[in-house]
Design a protein. Structure first.
Length: 243
């Protein structure tokens, strides 16, 4: 379901010819023009969110679904908030963004099972999330910062140079890092954590019962708590207590 602003789309071609647009023959580059404005978007139901553009996204758990966006008018014209197959995807399509005011997206949704960041943007939460299972994925260079009220099964996947910060509580946490990204979860209390890392990434975890680590490369794992620890390392990586 496409949810662009119709009026802005009609005005966009002329506006781009006059201001804010450079075309390299393949992907137009757009500079933000004018003061930022806010609009509410309609979207189908969703329980997953993916951010694929340079946006600051704040997610709130609430009874009524809402998607509200704030950006400069010509940026709003290309900003897509599509809900399909139960996933809300936020992107700017084939357009490359240059200088612009911050793009802000405020999402309220009753239930959420996963968030994915595939850009240099940011995903944060305005309050603690309650979920049976939850998945966090950062495949770009941006950052994710979430508060989890109580999650039974938590999965974290960091690919690239992105940073993920998690707070709250989870019973079981499975984390996978590839590249130079960082997992900061000293403020996330877990009973068990299973962590696999390849590359130079660093992880900071809090575990009470069982910590299982497999490291390949120069990455490091620092843990708080008094869990039983099983560590297998290949390379210069290390697992260290931070108590």
């Amino acid at each position: 379901m496409k949810t662009k602003n119709p009026a802005l789309l009609l005005a966009l071609p002329a506006a781009l010819l006059l201001t804010g647009c450079d075309n390299d023959g393949l992907n137009p580059s757009i500079r933000g023009e004018g003061a930022s404005v806010t609009e509410t978007r309609s979207a189908g139901s969703f329980s997953r969110v993916e951010v694929a553009t340079d946006a600051d996204v704040t997610i709130t758990q609430g009874p009524q679904q809402e998607v509200r966006v704030e950006a400069q008018p010509n940026i709003l014209g290309i900003l897509e908030t599509d809900a399909s197959g139960g996933k809300l995807r936020i992107e700017t399509g084939r357009y490359n963004l240059r200088s612009h005011n911050p793009i802000k997206v405020f999402i309220t949704v009753p239930a959420l099972t996963s968030v994915r960041l595939s850009s240099n943007g940011h995903i944060g939460s305005a309050s603690a999330w309650e979920a049976g299972s939850f998945s966090v994925e950062d495949t770009g260079s941006g950052s994710v910062d979430l508060m989890l009220g109580q999650v039974h099964d938590l999965s974290t996947n960091i690919t690239g140079s992105g940073d993920v910060t998690l707070r709250g509580a989870a019973d079981a946490h499975a984390a996978h890092l590839t590249g130079s990204g960082q997992l900061q979860s000293y403020d996330l209390s877990t009973r068990t954590t299973n962590l696999t890392a390849t590359g130079s990434g660093r992880s900071f975890v809090r575990v009470s019962s069982s910590l299982d680590v497999k490291l390949t490369g120069s990455g490091s794992v620092y843990y708080k708590g008094t869990p039983s620890v099983s560590a297998r390392t290949t390379g210069s990586g290390r697992v260290s207590s931070a108590n």
